[in-house]
Design a protein around this ligand. Sequence first.
Ligand SMILES: NC(=O)c1ccc[n+]([C@@H]2O[C@H](COP(=O)([O-])OP(=O)(O)OC[C@H]3O[C@@H](n4cnc5c(N)ncnc54)[C@H](O)[C@@H]3O)[C@@H](O)[C@H]2O)c1
Length: 253
Amino acid sequence: MNIKGHAAIVTGGASGLGGATVDMLARSGAKVAIFDLNEELGKAKAHAVGGSFFKVNVTNETEVEAAIRAAEELNGKARILVNCAGIGPPKKVIDREGNPLPLADFSSIISVNLLGSFNVLSKFAAALHTADPVGEERGVVINTASVAAFDGQIGQAAYAASKGGIVGMTLPIAREFARYGIRVMTIAPGLFLTPLMATLPQEAQDSLGKQVPFPPRLGDPAEFANMVEAIIGNVMLNGETIRLDGAIRMAPK
Ligand SMILES: NC(=O)c1ccc[n+]([C@@H]2O[C@H](COP(=O)([O-])OP(=O)(O)OC[C@H]3O[C@@H](n4cnc5c(N)ncnc54)[C@H](O)[C@@H]3O)[C@@H](O)[C@H]2O)c1
């Protein structure tokens, strides 16, 4: 699909990988709606690119439905959804005192990363599936998993499970949506230099970057956005997860 002139939604678009995706989509001529919890950053990003901001918690069905309707009134039917909203504080299953991880901690990560992605994609597709196609297809969903879906580290049980869930649902949903001409893809990034990573001391950033076989550095969020652009542009890409990681395979810790 050609990006130019189409309406797009980016969850987590206020910051990091989502923010770079918003930049790319706006530059390519899309009408971009940012769905994010962070009002300050989200509004600033929307203002910078001539897009719009909707304060949305991706786990909330009512908020997501209302924002999809409001974005459609503003920009027309959204054809592109990029799910980038995500959280991931690491915690071990058993802490130093021998206590098990409270279920609520595990559940909150599953809720934002996995249920939130499903919540937005299901409502996006429900709104889109009866619209007129654009050429061969109606639209495309791109989810963000992580290499942790495959090589999760100690402390990443909930995060890895949430991202593994995203990888697992990609093919069945792509198969279901085939009849509507809506593609479903997932990107599994390795280590990218987003605001979270930028708070680490330069030494720590360099040491993490050196673990990447090639190129031996952290990924640039613009490189994630390039992948999003390539997926949107190539209609044969469907039902697959692409690792974007410079060949890194994460160690146990
Ligand atoms: N940065 C990396 O190296 C890396 C690697 C692998 C995967 N990822 C994944 O990429 C995605 C983006 O990560 P990032 O590094 O850009 O993080 P980030 O913290 O810079 O951006 C995440 C955005 O999601 C928003 N968000 C969080 N919870 C939300 C909710 N419930 N509803 C709506 N918005 C919410 C935040 O406000 C923030 O703007 C995440 O899913 C993350 O797991 C990142």
